[in-house]
Design a protein around this ligand. Structure first.
Ligand SMILES: *Cc1c(COP(=O)(O)O)cnc(C)c1O
Length: 423
């Protein structure tokens, strides 16, 4: 038995299972949990969670009654107690195809749409399928969304980082993309509107990305989970608009726009009017892989057409207005804090990246140290930039209750003033 324990039952350590350990370490949740563990137990003030993006717990960010009713109706209809097809039920796929087509110069069909358990599973599916190609590698943004690194690590898919440029509105460093890619590069991932930067790419920049990808003969994976969540001067343009330049795999969900991340409904869509992905066999691989994965709950799928088609514009504009005001508050308050600078005012999503100047602070070594001391002294949770690939930066979400946001930013300012180096 003892011998057994040491061999077959040893899942940890250097025995081939390390990739799970590696994958789980590149994780926002792990970092936030570490910060939560350092909260001061004697603190009476509320914790201000600026670390992760789930506004749905706040009253100002409640989903619309149309969406809630759609779920109730779907459950009561008793039509969705069954298993769904592995690619999703037809009316729901059709609703997503119509929803996305309204922003495209061509029409998607339901056959282009695969329903997934949130956008996260869509990421998992496409990376797993790409990993099926021996020696393949993909290009990921830095700063980025670490779930890509985690999933790539867990399926042994090589990834390389290209930079987003803070001095150019967080645009993609396209020269770096060309320099990084080789004959085994199969895809570039872009996240637009951006997490963690709150940036929104212009149509011109998206077209340049498409042309670069075409030149490199790679496909574009466009994470558009924050579609239409824009509140600056740059409108949201889906990457699929350039689908005739280069094949695009669009990933999305109702999680962010409808403020229901817990409903776990997302999609993977091939926005590829020339059918290149079909010819390449990638689509066949996606369908085959979906055959062996689990599906989003059928009643959520059943509710989807009603959610998409019946939600009123005033729900969306209310969310946008709340986010715009929150982003303004965040930007203006940060300008009052000497050791933190914000290179770009956020125009979309729910996040902003800010630069931390530790040389102005006494006894604070880096971004992780800053966040640890901040949580201990002020009960404010902020994500250290290192968790999204950028040391000595911070990622803040502004999608929390407005009064709590002001409170939290005030505490960050007090903390910075208290720790400022004496002249
Ligand atoms: C939240 C998020 C996801 C995951 O979306 P779910 O629908 O909750 O799975 C994927 N990509 C980015 C950039 C995100 O911020």
């Amino acid at each position: 038995m003892e011998e057994h324990r040491l061999t077959k039952w040893n899942f940890e350590g250097n025995n081939g299972y390390d990739k799970i350990n590696k994958a789980s370490k590149i994780n926002i949740r792990t970092v936030l949990q570490m910060l939560m563990d350092n909260l001061n137990q004697h603190e009476n003030r509320p914790v201000v969670p600026l670390g992760h993006g789930d506004p749905s717990v706040f009253a100002s960010f409640r989903t619309c009654s149309v969406a809630e009713d759609a779920i109730v109706d779907a459950v009561r209809s008793a039509k969705y107690n069954c298993y769904a097809s592995h690619v999703g039920i037809l009316p729901a796929r059709r609703a997503v195809a119509e929803y996305l087509s309204s922003d495209l110069p061509y029409t998607l069909s339901e056959d282009d749409v695969y329903l997934t358990i949130g956008c996260a599973q869509a990421i998992h599916v496409i990376l797993t399928v790409l990993a099926n190609r021996p020696s393949a590698n993909i290009l990921l943004p830095r700063p980025g969304f670490p779930l890509y690194e985690s999933y790539a690590a867990s399926c042994n898919l090589e990834y390389r980082h290209y930079d987003l440029l803070p001095d150019r509105g967080w645009e993609v460093d396209l020269e770096a993309v060309e320099a990084l890619s080789d004959e085994n590069t199969v895809a570039i991932v872009i996240i637009n509107p951006g997490n963690p930067c709150g940036s929104v790419f212009t149509s011109q920049h998206l077209e340049k990305i498409a042309e670069t990808a075409r030149k490199l003969r790679i496909l574009v994976i466009a994470d558009e989970v924050y579609d239409h969540l824009t509140f600056g001067s740059t409108p949201f343009v889906p990457m699929g608009v350039f689908g005739s330049i280069v094949p695009v795999v669009t990933l999305g969900a109702i999680s962010k726009r409808w403020l229901v991340p817990g409903w776990r409904l997302g999609w993977l869509v091939t926005t590829d009017p020339n059918g290149i992905l079909k010819i390449s066999g990638l689509v066949k691989n996606i369908v085959e892989y979906l055959n062996i994965t689990v599906d989003p709950p059928t009643f959520i799928q059943g509710a989807l057409p009603q959610i998409i088609n019946k939600t009123k514009d005033d729900f969306f504009s209310k969310t946008i207005n709340t986010l715009r005001e929150a982003a303004d508050t965040c930007y203006n308050k940060i300008r009052e804090i000497p050791c933190i600078t914000c290179p770009n005012k956020p125009e979309g999503s729910m996040f902003v990246m800010v630069r931390l100047n530790v040389s102005l602070l006494d006894g604070i070594g880096d971004d992780v140290d800053f966040c640890l001391k901040l949580v201990k002294e002020e009960s404010v949770i902020v994500l250290p930039g290192i968790a999204v690939g950028m040391k000595n930066w911070l990622r803040l979400t502004f999608a929390i209750e407005p009064s709590l946001l002001e409170d939290g930013l005030g505490r960050i300012k007090a903390f910075c003033l208290r720790h400022a180096k004496k002249q």
